[in-house]
Design a protein around this ligand. Sequence first.
Ligand SMILES: NC(=O)c1ccc[n+]([C@@H]2O[C@H](COP(=O)([O-])OP(=O)(O)OC[C@H]3O[C@@H](n4cnc5c(N)ncnc54)[C@H](O)[C@@H]3O)[C@@H](O)[C@H]2O)c1
Ligand SMILES: O=C(O)C(=O)C[C@]1(C(=O)O)C=C[C@@H](O)C=C1
Length: 309
Amino acid sequence: MTPATPVPAVTENAALPPVFDTLVVVGPGLIGSSVLRRAKERGGLARHVIAVDIDPAVCARVAELGIADEVMEDAAQAAAKADCVMLCVPVGAMGPVAASVIPAMKPGAILTEVGSTKVSVIEAIKPFLRPDVPYVPAHPMAGTEFSGPDAGFATLFEDRWCLLTPLEGTPSAAVEAIRTLWERCGARLRDMTPAHHDRVCAIVSHLPHLLAFTICGTADDLADETRSEVLDFAASGFRDFTRIAASDPIMWRDIFLLNREALLEMLARFMEDAQAMARAIRWGDEDYIVDRIERGRKIRKSLIENRQA
Ligand SMILES: NC(=O)c1ccc[n+]([C@@H]2O[C@H](COP(=O)([O-])OP(=O)(O)OC[C@H]3O[C@@H](n4cnc5c(N)ncnc54)[C@H](O)[C@@H]3O)[C@@H](O)[C@H]2O)c1
Ligand SMILES: O=C(O)C(=O)C[C@]1(C(=O)O)C=C[C@@H](O)C=C1
């Protein structure tokens, strides 16, 4: 265990009784460290927060930042102290990490996670579940292209959606505790089925990342001269793709592979629509082209009105 440098806790939720006594965050990267910061800076989430990471450098950094009361490398040892364990590791690591923490958890303690895919994460965790450890899958729809404990910030989830995909038979008190935790992080909550979640995220998050990685690769494959021009003149449109294309490779490898079916379905639909646009351009179908652009403008406007852009 590494002693952590204390950070002065601030107010906002401080008057409210904390949702949990002890919250363990496994994987204090962008998302996990944002939850830790929220807990420390605003209060109301947990009286005591423990961070666990497999990477000793991450543990050392979290201790230095002072965003947890304790920092540990052994997930099971930390889980034994928890009222809630929140897994914030890449989706491909959720199953193995759940397997190591669940046997150590106290009866009645809650397991939750923040994975970007739900059906396959739930499938990976299910074999290790215990009847006395409720599991509440969640997904905060907030992030940046950065990762690691330095990337997090306490306001990351403010006004962002957090999607809950509760499983049948989960005690409602456990679902409500996780809902309250995210509300106190500033998020707006919505419940949906895991399968619906995966289709929605495939179109609004996973496909855009796939397109961004691909367009950067396509530009990079062009002749040297063209590539340098791309970089010189990438003032806006291309530049906007490069922001999300800078995201973490392990995280996105896992998301693509673990949301394979929904992502491939959305990609096939996108390719059909792109073909239709190509046809309209070839045949000079102005109405089709204008209609598609207007739909894009409408979507952007509604995001702005919903404070999501
Ligand atoms: N980045 C986003 O925009 C975003 C948004 C919502 C949800 N998510 C999901 O949240 C999770 C974390 O994403 P992030 O961006 O915070 O990642 P991150 O890379 O910033 O942090 C992940 C942390 O998990 C640690 N880790 C990996 N394997 C581990 C293991 N077996 N045991 C303990 N620690 C382990 C890593 O060392 C790292 O510190 C992922 O499942 C991701 O899909 C990400
Ligand atoms: O804003 C970004 O950079 C993100 O990639 C955030 C984003 C998204 O695509 O919206 C990425 C993955 C998550 O699961 C949720 C949010």
